[in-house]
Design a protein around this ligand. Structure first.
Ligand SMILES: Nc1ncnc2c1ncn2[C@@H]1O[C@H](COP(=O)(O)OP(=O)(O)OP(=O)(O)O)[C@@H](O)[C@H]1O
Ligand SMILES: [Mg+2]
Length: 336
């Protein structure tokens, strides 16, 4: 459904020189530098797949989506979406896709939402009876009928996002490109949005590519995740596998039948790679185990042999924590 090969996009940006003298020099001659927003990215998405695109700010996610929707022309590389080259067959391309750019509404700012949707229906040539059915369905799932008379600029972010999603789905597209579709949504609206995307994927068989900074979106919706940083694709696979590969720290929580001192803990397991934290009156402790230096199983064995352990639990590192570390440590970590 989506085939991307060796995709690159560079932007030319004017370099600003410092100070008054720099500003004057800039007037005479602006030096330009090149920003490589997307750098030799290749991936494929099969029909009906739901794939998440993640990466730190400025990674190149939005740029990639803009190329796939046909808004931007790449510097090099091949892109075929549903048999079309997005920026060459734009008219035919947009007919089969729906897009939401969460940071920016695709609806007319001053028009009531209902007017915008009617206009879009005209543009997409949705027949009147089909349009009525579709609106009823979108209202049932997104509860948008109460906003139809309201100009977009008067809606809250979450209300606007629902309307934007409705606009993207009006013509029952085969492909959805969603750039931060859950941005700014409260817990309830987020759950509704996710439920709705799941349904669109299941009922319309829509292929979905979405970006998000909320990894729970990915955990709930996507079987596969693409991680990009500095324009490069660092990882393509399941989120769980990403966690497994990079989860260098294990957390072991334990209760003892009497208070135990830090010195006792260190004596029971003298090796490196374990940091202890008192979790309550010295009879509850948490150990952060660096798997590169120590194995949780060795620690458990040592504790059971030397101390009155009442309870033990090994916790998985939250996926946010793992991804935060990958973002912080950058390139080279994920591909290692
Ligand atoms: N029109 C543009 N002109 C110049 N530079 C641009 C332009 N659009 C994007 N960039 C640069 O390209 C890089 C990638 O931007 P992009 O918007 O794709 O990031 P992103 O992954 O979507 O980030 P975020 O999580 O913050 O939305 C950034 O360094 C950005 O400054
Ligand atoms: Mg972005």
């Amino acid at each position: 459904m989506i085939r991307v090969e060796g995709l690159s996009k560079s932007f030319r940006v004017a370099k600003r020189r410092e100070g008054m003298r720099g500003a004057l020099l800039d007037l005479l001659h602006r030096e330009q530098t090149e920003v490589r927003a997307v750098d030799a990215v290749s991936f494929r998405v099969a029909e009906g797949e739901m794939v998440g695109l993640i990466g730190p700010n400025g990674a190149g996610k939005s740029t990639t989506l803009k190329i796939l929707t046909g808004i931007l022309v790449p510097s090099s590389g091949t892109v075929v979406v549903n048999g079309l080259v997005p920026w060459k067959d734009r008219t035919r391309h947009v007919a089969s896709l729906g897009a939401v750019f969460g940071q920016r509404s695709s609806l007319w700012w001053d028009l009531p939402v209902g007017e915008s949707l009617r206009l879009l229906a005209e543009i997409y040539r949705v027949p009147p009876d089909r349009y009525r059915n579709r609106m009823a369905e979108l209202d049932r799932r997104l509860g948008i009928s109460k906003y139809l008379q309201v100009p977009v600029r008067k809606l809250s972010l979450g209300e606007r996002m629902r309307c934007d999603l409705a606009a993207a789905l009006l013509h029952e597209p085969k492909i959805l490109f969603l750039d931060e579709p859950t941005i700014g949504l409260d817990v309830v609206a987020k759950a509704a949005m996710r439920g709705f995307l799941k349904e669109a994927n299941r009922d319309l068989g829509a292929t979905v590519l979405l970006t998000t900074h909320d990894l729970a979106d990915i955990e709930e919706l996507c079987s596969r995740v693409l991680l990009i940083d500095k324009g490069r694709l660092l990882y393509d696979g399941a989120l769980e596998e990403l966690r497994r590969r990079h989860d260098v720290q294990a957390r072991l929580r334990m209760d003892f039948s009497r208070p135990v001192s830090r010195a006792e803990l260190q004596a029971a397991f003298p090796g490196a790679g374990v940091a202890w934290e008192d979790k309550g009156g010295a009879s509850s402790w948490e150990a952060a185990v660096d798997r590169r230096q120590a194995q949780p199983v060795d620690l458990i064995r040592a504790l059971l042999a030397g101390l009155p352990v009442a309870d033990l639990a090994l916790a998985a590192t939250p996926v946010e924590e793992v991804v935060r570390r990958i973002y912080a440590e950058g390139v080279g970590v994920a591909s290692a």
